[in-house]
Design a protein around this ligand. Structure first.
Ligand code: BV8
Length: 228
């Protein structure tokens, strides 16, 4: 076993489920209430901006009322204590990793904490609703959208993510269904690079067979047990 120095951790909606934030594809998940094509694509936004802005206003408000859970807290303790490289690549737009105290976090699908101006391209910290078309703090134009990555859009910081996987000794995937690419493909990249891979998820995912080890259970039990 090579000495464990560099860890990449991929998280998905499942790590925030026990904080009360809806996942996407579990029973009664977010997408069942909305067709994903209608609310998480540029075409959907062009077709019905009010529907999309209301969808994200509702999620932003829901996230702000939630708290980190023991899984987020365990990862924050690991981040604090680990003197090797460590990167938490999250697909989540919530900020529960940061609110638990984690610092080395990368939001590959964006964040609910920013609004993105389609006129001047500025990303500005944002906590209120967007449905009323507020002016962009940078340029004053009423052209703000959520700063999240929709289907067909390029996730953030892909090169930095691949560089971290190339240097990793361990790749851990927590609370993700393995349904959405390129995140769902990271485990294969890790395997090809002979990185050890571990999955912690409530149930087997679409990518479980790619992991050296896959453990099933709730994140608030599996993650603290793995970190300790
Ligand atoms: C891109 C927006 C290219 C923000 C999201 C084939 C190959 C490669 C790509 C594609 C392909 N076919 C289509 C594509 C493109 C597409 C894609 O992957 N489609 C899928 C449906 C096939 N991908 C894209 O479009 C991506 N961009 O490829 O760009 C490109 C190239 C050049 C130039 C330009 C572009 C962009 C994808 C990002 C889409 N945006 N979200 C938001 O609204 O939040 S995706 C959305 O799904 C969220 O980000 C979410 O994080 C993500 C993944 O879902 P999960 O996090 O896994 O959540 P899910 O509900 O699915 O699963 C939860 C899991 O947790 C379950 O397994 C459950 O068992 C578990 N769980 C539940 N409770 C618990 C638990 N685990 C532990 N404890 C618990 N208590």
């Amino acid at each position: 076993m090579t000495e464990l120095r560099n860890i990449v951790i991929l998280t998905g909606a499942g790590i925030s489920a026990e904080s009360g934030i809806d996942t996407f594809r579990s029973e009664g998940g977010l997408w069942e209430q909305h067709r994903v094509e209608d609310v998480a694509t540029p075409e959907g936004f062009a077709r019905d901006p009010d529907l999309v802005l209301r969808f994200y206003d509702m999620r932003r408000e829901a996230i702000q009322a939630k708290q980190p859970n023991p899984a987020h807290e365990a990862l924050a303790r690991l981040d604090e204590a680990w003197d090797g490289e460590l990167l938490i690549v999250t697909q989540n737009v919530d900020d529960l990793h940061e609110r638990a105290g984690a610092r080395r976090v990368l939001h590959m699908h964006g964040t609910h904490l920013n609004a993105w101006c389609t006129a001047c391209d500025a990303r500005s910290p944002w906590t209120g609703p967007l449905i009323d078309r507020p002016p962009c703090p940078a340029c004053g134009t009423s052209a703000l959208r959520p700063d999240v990555v929709w289907f067909g859009e390029m996730p953030y910081e892909m090169e930095r993510i691949y560089a971290s996987i190339r240097r990793a000794d361990l790749f851990v995937s927590i609370g993700t269904s393995g349904a959405v690419y390129p995140a769902a493909g990271f485990v294969r990249d890790a395997r090809e690079l002979r990185v050890r891979t571990l999955e912690l998820n409530l149930e087997r995912s679409q990518g479980s067979h790619w992991f050296h080890e896959s453990r099933q259970g709730p994140a608030t039990q599996l993650v603290p047990a793995w970190v300790e």
